[in-house]
Design a protein. Structure first.
Lengths: 327, 335, 302
């Protein structure tokens, strides 16, 4: 199993390098930060410029546009391997890694509860829908999940703001959430400020996942071994929860891993709409500001999360399904 | 006369589909006596499997079902779900067609057999596992102590079917329903599995209701035979009566379409012409009429009743031409 | 012979058609039975045609500024309200919806072409071709689609056609995967083996024998990809990295209205609802098509 994991990780490294190289080349060629500095400060003299250039590391090989993109990328990669993600040109003087770390913590405050809501709700709805196939409840759940899939996340988030913020005045308090105040805020305040973002994050994913679980469950429920389980005289509850669910959930694990890694990587849309200081808005501002070090650090984090959770999903698959032995 | 283990009385099962009602089983009646092997023979679509599933009440929920299935002094179609669950696996156990898919792939074989014990018997988990290993041994699975801890995919097809049989006899049922138990297996394995079923029957004293399309399987093991076609019983009687003194054109057709080792040299196989009846739109008269060499106009108008052949009432057949059949068969043979 | 013709008619009248119905006809009949998909189809047609008809009938021009009527809510004069420049939002919304539909269509076209081509190559030839296409697919899966689009969008985004092309760059993957899987199955099918035995070359086998059989699932995917493209485009535009003014899409409209959400929520709710309805109809349509094209899935439902 360890050898398998190592092999898998080695196989994804070239992919990761190609993906980050492409994005690095694109991102770092969007704007010339030195030229922009000159525009932003028309009255600065050369000394001031040099200080700014030094402050933002614009003379280091990573950001110096007089170097070709490949060599800038190699320089960046070299720094990253030694743990140096460089400094930000848009987020003050803190090293990129510090900012990303703080923002990642904020994102986790949303992502972890959101994941548990998603996993439990989707399982409940999917299983219920499958067990009561073609009942009114099944049709209702199916209809709602179609609606959830069709509704763009940003629209759902805005809709929630209209609904709870305007029509039902300030049940949740729409004000931005400041991490510096987190220690003063009570748990109830925190709960109030994370509820709507979590509901927004949840909707689309629950809709897709419950459809998936329903389909997976239906396939299992109609299989021969479920008939065997019924023929044994097991109660319907046990047939569903002991025999069917375990089989139906095997393919779901992969979906969960992917969704969880996506949540941990931050949601650009949801976090921006609710002004949540997570990774999503950070990435968005960094992209607009052509903050190469910041953008690349976040992208690297997101990719590593995706690859890592995918691997975990594969390993779990082997644990859950005795027919698959990972070697 | 002893009380039958199970008796089907005027059983009818219909399924609603997009294209109309499918009447899968039509007014089927027959008994299974204690300790005997009763074979239900028919092609696919004859209603034999639906009849078996109805006895376990495992037919699709949308089915409309009338008649009675009497087992242990009550009508299985009239009892509550909870009471029915006590019958399943305990009074009546079932062996399914495809052992490759009938076992839960993520549960150890021992756990699946032990579960059967635990549902109906108040024993410890450990005891149930010991019984599981004993049961596996009794159906001829070598090294049962090691095998109980394996998963179904580590078993061969024949071994899986043995495990299914072990599971089925775990609680000493009165009736064992085997739905095409050998169809999915290799020919060499088929004989072994039938042997195991016979041994298991002798050990538990259970009656067997064997559902099959394979007359070769029936010949070796059955005491009595019911032949079904188009959802109806076409002929019933002892294995000897149905095999050697059949009074039904369909059964005869079925016999002469299978190869036999004891057939006289030069005898040819005669396939039944045509295809089984359309379940949605069955022929108006006798279901076999369109394929029957002896059919006349009356056969296409109405279906015949099941009539006694001979004097003791044990041999019954459904045919408009029952009286003329001996002559017709003789004429056909000399031709 | 006139006699036979009459006989055929009689048989047909009794529901005993001798000529088997063509696959296309069977599919159409099954699709019509799928009531929800049929309703979705009708709504979709009405909706899309209204996007082009309403601006023609509207008394206001798309860019017609009218300061007296600025920033109004819903009224008889302006059913969708007006923006801060007094432009009629109904006309602008329809204009934006046209752009969204146009982008969805372009994305569907490009991603079907690329996806079918690469999927077919990978599935038919296997080996290194498959490995290469697979790596291309995995490459995009390493980084989430939206993130890639954001980074690429800031360099190449802006105009309607650019955005359509960007979204297509991501969308072909779904189609490629489906086509690849189908080709893997179908290349071993008996009729393909027969064609091969008859001496048909790979080009003929791919285009004449396998592709027609793969078109059904591809058609289903096209509807779903169009829906996803509408969502992706509007999300990009909402974040300011998709269609940017003076061009307008439904996402742009919502983006420019979100600051006024507490004053005139209708400016967000109306285009958002149209967006949702469009995607909903496309998805129902895809679902109905899937059932109609694959009788097996319907059967297992019973």
């Amino acid at each position: 199993m360890f050898a398998y994991a190592a092999r898998r990780i080695l196989a994804t490294i070239p992919l990761l390098i190609v993906a980050t190289l492409g994005l690095f080349a694109l991102e770092s060629s969007v704007r010339d930060p030195v030229a922009e500095l000159r525009v932003s400060c028309p009255r600065c003299d050369q000394v001031a410029f040099d200080r700014l250039i030094d402050l933002y590391d614009l003379d280091k090989p990573v950001l110096d546009l007089s170097n070709p993109a490949e060599s800038r990328y190699v320089a960046w990669l070299g720094n990253v391997i030694t743990g140096d993600f460089g400094s930000s040109t848009s987020q003050g003087e803190n090293p990129v890694s510090d900012t990303v770390f703080t923002r990642a913590k904020n994102t986790m405050i949303l992502a972890i509860p959101a994941f548990f809501v998603i996993a439990s709700l989707a399982t409940f709805l999917g299983v219920f829908s499958a067990v009561r196939q073609y009942s009114k409840t099944d049709y209702a759940i199916t209809g709602l999940s179609f609606l959830g899939i069709a509704m763009p996340t940003f629209f759902f988030g805005l809709f929630l703001q209209v609904f709870w913020g305007i029509w039902f005045h300030d049940w949740f308090g729409m004000r931005p959430f400041f991490t510096s105040q987190m220690h003063d805020d009570s748990f109830v305040d925190l709960l109030k400020s994370i509820t709507l973002p979590i509901v927004t994050l949840t909707l689309v994913v629950v809709a897709t996942e419950s459809r998936f679980i329903r389909a997976s469950m239906l396939e299992v429920v109609h299989s021969d071994y479920i008939r065997t389980a019924r023929a044994k005289g097991l109660s319907e509850r046990k047939v569903i929860f002991k025999h069917a669910l375990r089989n139906a959930m095997i393919p779901v694990v992969t979906i969960w891993a992917l969704d969880f890694s996506a949540l941990l990587g931050g949601s650009v849309v949801t976090e921006s709409i609710f002004s949540w200081p997570g990774l999503g808005p950070l990435l968005l501002t960094a992209i607009f500001a052509a903050d190469v070090n910041m953008v690349m650090a976040i992208i690297l984090l997101i990719s590593v999360l995706a690859i890592g959770f995918n691997l975990i999903a594969d390993l779990l698959y082997g644990v859950l399904d005795p027919r698959i032995r990972i070697s | 006369m002893t009380e039958p283990v199970i008796s089907f009385d005027d059983l009818s099962v219909s399924f609603p589909t997009d294209d109309g009602m499918v009447r899968a089983v039509r007014n089927v009646s027959f008994d299974v006596e204690p300790g005997e092997v009763m074979a239900v023979v028919g092609e696919s679509g004859s209603g034999k499997s639906v009849t078996a599933l109805a006895a376990m009440r495992l037919h699709p929920g949308s089915a409309e079902i009338t008649g009675e299935i009497r087992f242990g002094g009550r009508d299985l179609l009239g009892i509550g779900e909870k009471e029915m669950r006590r019958v399943r696996g305990n009074g009546i156990a079932m062996i399914f067609q495809d052992p490759m898919t009938a076992l839960n792939p993520v549960m150890k074989v021992g756990a699946q057999i032990a579960e059967m014990v635990l549902i109906h018997d108040d024993v410890s988990k450990k005891e149930a596992w010991t019984r599981a290993a004993d049961l596996l041994e009794s159906v001829g699975v070598p090294e049962p102590g090691r095998r109980v801890k394996q998963y179904p995919h580590e078993f061969s097809g024949g071994m899986r079917q043995r495990a299914m049989i072990a599971m089925a006899i775990a609680n000493g049922p009165d009736l064992l329903i085997a739905d095409e138990p050998t169809t999915a297996l290799d020919v060499t394995i088929q004989a072994q599995v039938l042997e195991v079923m016979k041994t298991a029957q002798e050990a538990t004293g259970a009656a067997i209701l064997l559902i099959t399309h394979d007359l070769g399987v029936v010949a070796g093991i059955a005491d009595r035979v019911v032949v079904m076609y188009g959802g109806r019983v076409f002929e019933s009687g002892s294995a000897d009566q149905v095999f050697y003194r059949s009074q039904n054109p369909y059964t005869r057709g079925l016999m002469s379409s299978i190869p036999r080792l004891d057939a006289p040299k030069g005898e040819r196989l005669i396939p039944i012409p045509g295809t089984p009846p359309n379940v949605l739109n069955p022929p108006s008269g006798c279901a076999f009429g369109p394929r029957c060499t002896f059919a006349s106009d009356s056969c296409h108008e109405s279906h015949a009743e099941l009539m006694s052949v001979g004097f003791d009432g044990t041999h019954r057949s459904r045919c408009h031409k029952l009286a003329e059949l001996p002559d017709l068969f003789a004429a056909a043979e000399t031709r | 012979m006139p006699n036979t013709a009459i006989d055929l008619h009689q048989l047909e009248a009794e529901g005993l058609s001798i000529k088997p119905k063509s696959f296309g006809r069977q599919t159409w009949e099954r699709f019509r039975r799928h009531r929800l998909a049929m309703i979705a189809f009708v709504i979709l047609v009405l909706l899309i045609s209204s996007f082009w008809i309403v601006p023609i009938l509207s008394p206001y021009g798309v860019r017609e500024i009218n300061i007296q009527d600025a920033a109004q809510g819903v009224s008889w004069k302006h059913p969708f309200g007006t923006d801060p420049l007094g432009r009629d939002l109904m006309t602008r919304t329809m204009e934006g919806a046209q752009v969204s539909i146009y982008i969805a269509a372009v994305v569907a076209l490009i991603s079907t072409a690329i996806g079918t081509f690469l999927g077919a190559l990978a599935g038919y030839f296997g080996k290194w071709v498959d490995a290469l296409v697979n790596q291309m697919i995995n490459l995009i899966l390493v980084v989430p689609a939206l993130v890639v689009l954001l980074v690429v969008g800031i360099k190449f985004g802006g105009s309607v056609n650019q955005v359509a092309f960007l979204v297509a760059l991501i969308s072909w993957i779904t189609i490629a995967r489906i086509v690849r899987g189908l080709f893997f199955q179908l290349k071993e099918a008996d009729f393909v083996q027969a064609a091969r035995a008859a001496g048909a070359g790979p080009g003929r086998i791919i285009f004449r024998h396998i592709l027609p059989n793969a078109m059904g699932p591809v058609l289903v995917q096209i509807t779903l990809v169009s829906g996803a493209a509408i969502i992706l485009e509007s999300t990009l535009s909402f974040l300011g990295l998709g269609v940017t003014p003076p061009d307008t899409s439904l996402g742009t409209l919502i983006a420019e209205s979100k600051g006024f959400i507490d004053v005139t929520p209708s400016r967000v709710l109306i285009p958002g609802s149209i967006l949702t309805l469009l995607v909903l109809c496309l998805n129902f349509l895809g679902d109905g098509l899937r059932d109609a094209l694959d009788p097996a899935t319907r059967k297992t439902r019973q």
